[in-house]
Write a protein that binds this ligand. Structure first.
Ligand SMILES: [Zn+2]
Length: 278
């Protein structure tokens, strides 16, 4: 979904509406890494461990696009576009200096803490729908978290640099470790590299874990603000709930997939130590 970020954005400094695949740390940054990992399946008896995570992530993406699509066609009662709703909630919270910009891409909506600005995808920026208003309010929720120094957002932001480094180096250490181990099983260097890779990968999983409360809290704030300010009626609330829950589910699915990937790596590591004993 949307553009690939550079620098800090690669490690997910942006707070996007759905767990956009290329935004999550720990995922492949390019096709070469992906090919290398596919090659690993040939020598990895534990790849099946990751299958439920992949299926769950696919299902969550499907559910987000279907819920988002459904409520994109339902007009919000007040007739506000995503941009107008975002502006209104920001102003009512005293955040008149936080700007709202349009950004290209499908569901590329995010809040950028470094710019203190809300970015809405063209669809959400211009259209008056329950999906647009819900997503806009969610991104404003992040702006409110930032302004009120919400602790989990602060923790997440402080870990962006480390996570960025870890997500760039983890797979190289893992791959290097596995190749070295298979070439000379008695050498400790391969095992050490593999363990280092697993620890680096764990850092990216931890980042995904602390992203979850940040996302749920932003949606909670979004729904409360929309109702409090009368931007959606109690009747319309269900639609906004469904879109935001589907978006949150993509983060849960991404986290579960990353945890299973971690489990697989640990099984590979343990498998290696068992064959050493024999
Ligand atoms: Zn978010």
């Amino acid at each position: 979904m949307g553009r690939r970020g550079v620098g800090l954005q690669e490690a997910g400094l942006w707070l996007r509406v759905g767990g956009a695949r290329e935004e999550r740390p720990g995922r492949f940054k390019n096709n070469n890494q992906e090919k290398m990992m596919l090659g690993l399946f040939a020598i990895d008896p534990y790849f099946w461990v990751t299958i439920p995570g992949v299926l769950l992530a696919m299902w969550a993406q499907y559910r987000l696009s279907s819920m988002y699509g459904r409520y994109s066609r339902v007009a919000a009662g007040r007739g506000l576009t995503g941009q107008q709703a975002a502006r209104y909630i920001l102003d009512r919270n005293g955040l008149t200096d936080v700007e709202v910009h349009e950004v290209h891409g499908h569901l590329s909506d995010h809040y950028d803490p470094s710019k203190r600005a809300v970015f809405l995808s063209s669809d959400n920026y211009h259209h008056p729908s329950l999906s647009a208003v819900g997503v806009a309010a969610h991104e404003v929720g992040h702006a409110i978290q930032h302004a009120t120094q919400y602790s989990m957002l602060g923790l997440r932001m402080s870990l962006v640099g480390v996570t960025n480094f870890a997500s760039k180096t983890a797979w190289f250490a893992i791959l290097g470790g596995m190749i070295l181990s298979s070439m000379s099983p008695r050498s400790g260097t391969g095992r050490f590299l593999l363990l280092a890779g697993i620890l680096l990968f764990s850092a990216t999983v931890f980042f995904q874990v602390i992203t979850l409360p940040v996302e749920y809290d932003a949606s909670r704030r979004a729904k409360a603000e929309l109702l409090r300010l009368g931007l959606v009626t109690p009747d319309e609330r269900g639609g906004v709930d469904k879109v935001l829950s589907a978006a949150a589910l993509t983060y849960v699915a991404g986290m579960v997939a990353a945890m299973l990937e971690l489990l697989r790596l640990i099984l590979i590591f343990r498998g290696g130590s068992r064959s050493d004993d024999e």
